[in-house]
Structures are given as structure tokens and as C-alpha cells.
Design a protein around this ligand. Structure first.
Ligand SMILES: [Zn+2]
Ligand SMILES: [Zn+2]
Ligand SMILES: [Zn+2]
Length: 301
């Protein structure tokens, strides 16, 4: 995830140096919280890095004082110099999920960008901030993983599609989900799937994959011309990943499946000239109503 110029880990510390902290460089997208609590507790906004607690190493912990800043959260500071260190949820599940570490503990010369501003409705009038900066794909994924959002009925995350340009209808669809035990496992799963997608792209019968994560749960939908092409593609890196999964203590749960279509319906494309919705399943290029050229027909999946 890091580039050649960025170190894998970042070292930081409080003003007096008694408390030191190390976080992975990939955590270093700055989130700024402008809430009323942060303004009181940090002197103004709280610029933070969101990280998995297992990725964060502290030394000098005997100097760290925790303060319950709300029923749901606690915050820490150095008992000697008062530097604000971190914020974390008070419940065990929340503590396992993430910790927010003060960006000010780290080298101010690091290449960092503000990826998100929180609680703008409570910011002081003199602060100007947009809710998010323009995000790179990598920053978007990092943000979606660092701060999973959910309601009682839905979990949000990220998804990506990688398509081969193969316009044949799928003869086989594979549906898979896999649950990581913790964020470190999730990164290991994501590394495997990056390699899998490279294998898939090399297989002529591959149509496309849609994959993503909501929290610790990953999913994939892959479309293939036929089962033989799917089997060829899965015999590469995917077989290595499966061997790790069954041979080691890796992943919390997993389910895979392969589906064949009951019915493949027509693919409709709207003519931009006359507005007719045209059956473009056979990939013909002129509108049957007005004979204008049709937009290029998308892949079936
Ligand atoms: Zn200190
Ligand atoms: Zn805040
Ligand atoms: Zn037309």
C-alpha cells in the first residue's frame, strides 16, 4: 500500500517525549473532527489518523491518562506534558475496531492530505473546511475501511469492478463471501484478491468481477463464459490462497458458490437520437427505429 518514498511505519511522540507511538504509514490520511468535544479537549479541531488498534504500538504507557469524554468514548493525554494522544470507543467491540491517533504527534513534514472533515455543523465560524477533499481511489478505500459506517439494517463499505471487455453472456456466476477476524486478516485477504484478479484477467473466458468490503466482510461476484474458464483461472493464485485458508488459522468464516443461469434476459440500450429502448443483445449498432448509431453495448456483467 505504501509507495517507495513512504516508510512502512511512522513514528510519533508527545511534546515531552515520554510517550511514543508507531502506526502504519498507510493510516496517514488525516480526518479532522470539528465537534464541540474536540474543540474543548484539543484546544480546537482534532486532526487524527484512524487505525486498527493492533497496528498501533505505544511506549511510555505509564504516562498515558484516559478520560471518559462521553458515554461512548474515551480520550488519552500525556500525564506529564498534556499532549492529546488518542480517542477510542469505550465498549470492547469498538476498541477492537479502531483507534484515532492525534496527527500532531507525527512529523509535520509527512506528505498528508485531509481526507474528511467531521462535524462541520459544530465548527467555529472562523474555520473554513469542505466535508471531503477529492479522494484518490486508494484514499477512498482506506477511508471506507478505517471508518465502517452502518445502520441497523445496512452496512456500508466499498466495491470495485474489474472487467475484461468480454461481451458474451455469462454462463456461470460465482458468489463468494469471506469474513476476516480482524483488520490485519482483511488486508491479507485483499492482497490475495489483487493477485486473483490478475489471474482472472489473463483468462479469455473471464467476464468481470465485482468485489468489495463492508467492515470485515468481503464479497465477490465473478462472471465467466463457462465453468471450464472459471476453473482454469482459479487454479492459479486462488489455489494458493485456499491452501492457506484450510492449512492455517486464517479467516473467521467463508462461503463460496457457483451458479448457472435459469434465464438470461435481453440487454436493452437506449438510442440517444430517438429515445427508443433497443434490444441490443445481438450487439447490432444501428437503431431499428431511426437508424442512428447506437451507443456501444455494455457487457452483460
Ligand atoms: Zn508528554
Ligand atoms: Zn470530535
Ligand atoms: Zn433511434
Amino acid at each position: 500500500m505504501s509507495t517507495d518514498s513512504t516508510p512502512e511505519m511512522l513514528d510519533g511522540g508527545c511534546h515531552c517525549g515520554r510517550v511514543k507511538v508507531t502506526i502504519p504509514a498507510r493510516s496517514a490520511g488525516v480526518v479532522v473532527c470539528h465537534c464541540a468535544d474536540c474543540q474543548k479537549l484539543h484546544g480546537n479541531s482534532f486532526a487524527l489518523f484512524a487505525a486498527a488498534p493492533t497496528d498501533v504500538r505505544w511506549t511510555g504507557e505509564e504516562h498515558v491518562v484516559w478520560y471518559a469524554s462521553s458515554p461512548a468514548n474515551e480520550r488519552s493525554f500525556c500525564g506529564h506534558c498534556g499532549s492529546r494522544l488518542a480517542k477510542r470507543p469505550t465498549d470492547a467491540a469498538g476498541q477492537a475496531a479502531r483507534i484515532l491517533v492525534s496527527a500532531g504527534l507525527f512529523d509535520p513534514a509527512l506528505p498528508r492530505t485531509v481526507v474528511k472533515n467531521l462535524w462541520l455543523e459544530q465548527k467555529p465560524a472562523w474555520v473554513e473546511a469542505a466535508r471531503t477533499a477529492p479522494l484518490t481511489p486508494e484514499a477512498f478505500v482506506a477511508l471506507a475501511l478505517a471508518e465502517p459506517i452502518g445502520t441497523e439494517t445496512a452496512q456500508y463499505g466499498y466495491a470495485l469492478r474489474a472487467a475484461s471487455g468480454n461481451k458474451k453472456p455469462p454462463g456461470v456466476i460465482a458468489l463468494t463471501w469471506i469474513a476476516a477476524s480482524d483488520p490485519a486478516e482483511r488486508e491479507r485477504i485483499r492482497a490475495h484478491s489483487r493477485q486473483n484478479v490478475q489471474d482472472f484477467q489473463a483468462e479469455p473466458g473471464f467476464i468481470s468481477i465485482i468485489t468489495g468490503f463492508t467492515g470485515l466482510r468481503g464479497f465477490t461476484v465473478t462472471a465467466w463464459e463457462d465453468e471450464a474458464s472459471m476453473r482454469r483461472a482459479l487454479s492459479g493464485h486462488h489455489a494458493v490462497a485456499m491452501a492457506e485458508l484450510f492449512g492455517e488459522r486464517f479467516v473467521a468464516s467463508v462461503w463460496t458458490s457457483v451458479w448457472t443461469p435459469t434465464r438470461v434476459n435481453r440487454l436493452w440500450v437506449r438510442c440517444t437520437a430517438c429515445g427508443a429502448l433497443e434490444d441490443a443483445s445481438d450487439d447490432h449498432r444501428a437503431c431499428n427505429c431511426c437508424e442512428a448509431p447506437l451507443p456501444e453495448r455494455p457487457e452483460f456483467w
